[in-house]
Design a protein around this ligand. Sequence first.
Ligand code: FAD
Length: 602
Amino acid sequence: MNTSRILNLLSAVALLSLLQVCSAGLLTDPAAVSNKKYDFVIVGGGTAGVIMAARITENPRHTVLLIESGASHENIPLPLRAPALGVRSGSNEPWTWNHTIVPQIGLENRTFTYQTGHILGGSSYVYGLYTRSTDQIYDKIAKVSGDNGWSWNSLVPYFNKAEGFILPGNGSEWSGSDFESSAHGTRGPFNTRLPIFPNDIDPFIAQLVATVPGFSKRHDISSGKALGVGVSQPSITKAGSASNVATGYLTPDVLARQNLDIITGARATKLTFKSSPSGPVANGVQFTPSPNANTTSVFANNEIILSAGAFNTPQLLQLSGIGSSTLLKSLKVPVILNSPQVGRNLRDHVTMPMQWLASVNTTLDRLQNATFVTEQTALWESTGAGILTASVANHLGFFRVNSSVFDAQTGDPSAGPDCAHYEFLFRDCWQSFTLPYPGQGSYVSMGMQVTSTSSIGTVTINTTNPFTSPLIDPQYFTSPTDIKIGIQGVRAARQAYGSPIFKDILVREFGPNPNATTDAEIEAMLRHSGTTLFHAVGTAQMAAFNSGVEKGVVNPDLTVKGVKGLRIVDASVIPVLPDAHTLAPVLAFAERGADLVKAAWP
Ligand SMILES: Cc1cc2nc3c(=O)[nH]c(=O)nc-3n(C[C@H](O)[C@H](O)[C@H](O)COP(=O)(O)OP(=O)(O)OC[C@H]3O[C@@H](n4cnc5c(N)ncnc54)[C@H](O)[C@@H]3O)c2cc1C
């Protein structure tokens, strides 16, 4: 037999065995994958997990199983498709994990629901303002990890690779001075653009940035420098729908790949390990569709990749025996690896929505009227236009406080002099996660969030039941520095909306407490009404290669320290809280994470 015939035969055998291992597509029956071996098993089909699956299977030699606990992205419900509807905090939806955070001592012992995406595509479905944060955040990550690949300059190609920025068309209210096209990727799967639906407050904000010192215009908030007020970049597709990674990355040709299986409705409950002379090796995942159903096992030849998000990734590690040995022993979980940083370093943004009564009746509060929503839904479904294309906010602002407010001991908590201490979302409607819409009237809100936070929280299991949420304790406002920034942010919000510029649209400050004026009163208001902006990171933080498990959970290549065959790619590895919203950082981390995997397994 000549060489080419042998090669052909070998390729045919290889192809046949590949087809036997997996058949492409969306699966729900555990029997379809039971006891199968894939090169990579990815746990969590969210923002990072979907990107990992799509990118790794670009190499036809690699077989991948993606395990997602939520439903598939077929038949996406209206609130996840229409940008203006989004997830409303407090309402427990079937497509969200409805975690309850532990009572927060910094928030008058309040507790609330913390939702994250529970659907193929994960939290990329819920809301959608695209912000890359400041370059100095990534340069700090490069410094703490000792890997220049995480610096801003190194990550820009990955931000660009993920992003499909849509240039504003004719008739847009925005011009070239509102964005910098070279700051964006235009060919990536995740669509971003400038806002489509005009807000009543847009022209007033234009005047604010033109005339009031301290609110200067930022040309493009994605350029690596964001201080000032800029036009927002919502994640909305050309068709006027909310972008998400599932629709963006899992295109029909990707779903048709013979080397990719995706199983939905499958909750991973445990990672399994085998021993080796060089330590434990992760080799399998157990999952089940429901608490009372049988457990199914699948196995990995190369790696298991954990992408279950900032709460569920540390939970799954701890359930599997990777975490603080004291914690694991107290719950009688066999210890695979004492890794005390698992579930530590939970960082998040804390927000303080403030509301002003508006004198116009055309704000987005019209969406409180069910009949109007029905009419607008029909319009949007048929044309992709109308008020349902409205984004969360058409303008964002990023600001610093005077460094004299920080005491000498703790110093400035930001990652660098260009980073924001707090952020504004200029919203054309009632916004509050703690107070319901008052039932009538039109409002303009300021979502003021502390972006350079110092409060550090934890995620800890207190049961071995994988269907029970871990204890999530973000420790909001336990750092006095966060309160100091919050007080300055509230004063600055009043300075902005209190400007005479807004006299034709704003009647008066309405809530949550316009009478809070002294520092002590504003602090009380922050503690009474503050809540999350859903930007949790850091619970499996990255640290330098030569540092041990006392310093971090993963290495700069995102492999888990102390074990083999396990990598984490999601928000939990980000060691420094970005000073803006966290979706774009996760997109960039996942794009680079996929390249790291490809380099390790050529
Ligand atoms: C309500 C909300 C609003 C937000 N708004 C914005 C915004 O406007 N702009 C912005 O930039 N960022 C925003 N974010 C933050 C951003 O969406 C997240 O930082 C990012 O999506 C996190 O990506 P991830 O891959 O780490 O996790 P996720 O995208 O949450 O993915 C985790 C996935 O793992 C699955 N999973 C978890 N446990 C298991 C298990 N045991 N077995 C199987 N599957 C499992 C989940 O179902 C989910 O699909 C928002 C987040 C939330 C929750």
